[in-house]
Ligand binder design. Sequence first.
Ligand code: FES
Length: 419
Amino acid sequence: MTTRETTNGKYADLVQETRVHGSLYTDPGIFADELARIWYRTWVCVGHTSEVARPGDYVRKSIGLQDLIMTRSRDGEVNLLVNRCAHRGATVCEDLRGNSSAFRCPYHGWTYDNKGGLLGYPYHQGYGGKNKLDVSMGRVPRVEAYQGFVFASFAPDGPSLKEHLGGAAGELDRLSRLSPEGESELTAGWLRHRTHTNWKMVMENETDGYHPQFVHGSIFGVTGSPIGALYSEKSTAVTRDLGGGHSENDLRPEFRDRAQPLGWFGTTEDKVPDYVARMRARYGEQAEEILIDGAPHVAVFPNLFIAEISVFMIQPVSVSETIQNVTAVQLKGAPDMNRRLLSQSVGSVGPAGMLLADDAEMYERSQRGVNGNLPEWLALRRGAHRERTDDQGYLVGDVTDETGIRGFWSQYRTVMEEG
Ligand code: FES
């Protein structure tokens, strides 16, 4: 199927207001459609400008199944090259990261600059002399950063990144404001968690405020964590459909009730005095609100999830396999805070992380379950009867409601049905 062929209402049938069909998680044909219509068309988050801070820096990235190299060229531009030689298609770069102004393909020695242009090739006579060959590495046509987060789209035109982000942009702003220098960084290195589930199971789980009390209940109990109460039936926190498939669990009503700076992070200001002093110096009176409100818990369609202290970028591998790339939030100009952000992030989503292991067990179980044929549908009705509109015009539900997941699916249906 090409991206311009109509789906004849197929996805409007499979994705309904309060239920979705099980085949959406198991049908390889649907996965192929998603690659074409979502991953190779819409804006996808690929990384962060801080990963390629210096000219020549590069890191391997991906969109869908495409292997990419994100580079910083001498002109300061962030480029995304398809990791494929223009000669016979070999991958040009195998290193995960490094610093180089050029890439040399190991197969026959063709060499490219870090914007993808062909610099040279051996044995010119075979191409009729020293004529420059009119080929280059593929470049993802649109690459743009917002608050340091690098997004890219294989569609040469379409909605701008700002239009795509819509209401989610404010959540990225919130993250940056937690830095005394107004910038977040992703410099702690990435963990790659391979999980046997469909990518949508992962993204749905990110915005699901119904499961924490059950899936993570034991760890909340052992550690005495206050997080569980935020996701109880009595919680004043809300889940918000930010439009465009983006959603958040907004925990600020609970944090504002408690009015404790850094309460969102489970700590107190005396533990990170330098950070707090720098925040007050930069933001003045506004610092109290920033320190009380804390970091966002936001899912950005289709693949970015910020869970307060950790950042996830979701990478589909097959209809039943997904990689979660995970790193700790780091805040520019906040070394004392960054040490804590890193250790807490490792504790929750690291190799032996307590939260991610619990979550992975659940969405792998869901994936095994949907291989069964009956019942055909997955229910998405929780809280549909009590949704309301907030003063900004967004749909909100109680924090345990499936308002955000319904927002994800609404955007999914729109994108998959688009001609
Ligand atoms: Fe790269 Fe031949 S495949 S130089």
